[in-house]
Design a binder for this molecule. Structure first.
Ligand code: EPU
Length: 422
């Protein structure tokens, strides 16, 4: 286990290149199970979650090569339809092999993911959608067994849940439906850019999909899919995290390169309202610190609303912004583990019922803190950048799950951050 020592007070400047999206890569890697032919996927971030997904695919029989962000996968000889607990428990997104395995092999045995620190994360909507396509589902010994002996059949499905649409649930059903007989309509589909990227990948394999990016996706099943080449979209959450780093600690301004500004519009809109100077080019966003920083009230919502994956990072900014800001997470109301760690650094945050009321203080101060999940860890790194003294952040394996070389990227911008064995 490693830890970070972040020395507060550095002023950031320069450029940072955003990596390919973790959350787009994971289902795209899983979708390679749908064809016997070779797929080449570029800009797959080198983070532990993509490594876990590749391990799952290799365990199923895939041949995988990885070099400089390009992953080449061939799934011509699958010898298993199982994703076992020792792999699934490391990463919940492993469940997105259910749809492609079922479509390709008419069977999938996937371990049920266990508890999650960001809240209860059921997969009932994934299963409801797959049952709607004709799969028989039963759970035993902690595993979900799905079977569609005579293949899947298209249907009209409603995937909306009480917290809105499900991203990986939409992905799973879309991946199953591409090889089902007939037409599938997914109503209440998630509209996130990562769903659109997966749809584009599937279409490039020969799938017939329309409406991705809207709440109604229509899929006409085809007999088989072929190999393809694809470049993953930029990671909008990594971009958002560096935007907040700029808002908190830029000397003059920092340039965030290789982004799709449209994907982070809701974040740049909020930061502009907070007083940050922002310039948007085709694929670069430039941000500086506000001369008169203002707080804001934000509520997380499905895309294009404010992403839950950026909520923790905004808490770091508001913790040192004068006045009172309110952050409400409607998607994962229990996702406030960062708040108690930030309080150890002197933040004034009261969390109740999915809502954090944050009263900005002048400066946080260094303390030993513990990373608890991916985005909470990012929030602690951001808080530490401007804190007084050297903050020790333990359990940084959480941050390595989803941020590619975050310490190197911050060092490049002028931060002082060391990675040490714990
Ligand atoms: N939900 C259900 N039933 C289901 C599925 C989801 O009730 O069957 C609920 C969830 O409990 C939650 C809401 O629906 O309240 C949305 O969850 P969703 O299914 O969309 O989450 P996910 O697909 O499992 C992805 C991202 C998460 C991100 C969420 C929300 C990946 C690999 N993960 O998860 O990313 O927070 O969408 O946008 O794409 C992260 O990167 O840090 C992360 C947690």
């Amino acid at each position: 286990m490693e830890k970070f020592i972040v020395h507060g007070g550095s002023q950031l400047e320069g450029n940072v290149n955003i990596s390919g999206s973790k959350n787009a890569s994971l289902p795209i890697l899983a979708a390679t199970l749908l064809t016997r032919e070779q797929c080449v996927i570029r800009r797959v971030p080198d983070v532990s979650d993509t490594n876990y997904m590749l391990q799952i695919l290799q365990n199923l029989g895939a041949e995988v090569e990885r070099a400089s962000g390009t992953v080449t996968i061939k799934c011509d000889k699958l010898h298993s339809h199982e994703a076992p607990y020792d792999l699934v428990r490391k990463m919940r997104a492993s469940v997105c092999v259910m749809g492609p395995l079922l479509a390709r092999q008419n069977r999938a045995d996937v371990s049920l993911p266990g508890g999650c620190v960001i809240g209860d994360r059921p997969i009932d909507l994934h299963l409801k959608g797959l049952e709607g396509l004709g799969a028989k589902v039963h759970t035993e010994g902690g595993n979900i067994h799905l079977e569609a002996r005579f293949g899947l059949e298209g249907n009209v499905l409603d995937m909306s849940g009480k917290h809105g649409a499900t991203v990986l649930g939409t992905d799973n059903v879309m991946m199953a439906a591409v090889l089902a007989k007939g037409t599938t309509v997914i109503n209440g589909a998630a509209c996130e850019p990562e769903v659109v990227d997966l749809a584009n990948f599937l279409v490039s394999m020969g799938a017939k999909i329309s409406g991705a990016g809207t709440p109604r996706i229509e899929i006409e099943g085809v007999e088989e899919l072929g190999g393809t080449e694809h470049t993953v979209i930029p990671d909008r959450i990594e971009a958002g995290t560096f935007l907040v780093a700029g808002a908190m600690a830029a000397k003059k301004d920092i340039h965030i390169r290789r982004v799709f500004p449209e994907h982070v519009k809701v974040v740049t809109d909020v930061l502009e309202k907070c007083g940050c100077p922002i310039e948007i080019d085709e694929t670069t966003i430039t941000i500086g610190k506000a001369s008169t920083p203002l707080g804001a009230n934000i509520t997380t919502e499905p895309y294009p609303g404010f992403p839950t994956d950026m909520q923790a990072q905004m808490c770091s900014l508001f913790a040192v912004t004068p006045g009172i800001s309110v952050v409400t997470d409607t998607i994962f109301p229990q996702r406030f583990m960062h708040a108690s760690e930030m309080k150890r650094m002197g933040a004034d945050i009261e969390v109740d019922d999915g809502r954090a009321v944050i009263t900005g203080v002048e400066q946080l101060s260094a303390a030993p803190v513990m990373a608890s999940d991916l985005r909470a860890s990012a929030a602690l790194v951001l808080s530490a950048l401007t804190a007084k003294g050297a903050t020790e952040i333990s359990r940084v394996y959480h941050i390595d799950r989803g941020y590619e070389h975050i310490d190197d990227k911050l060092l490049n911008l002028g931060a002082r951050i060391d990675r040490l064995p714990a």
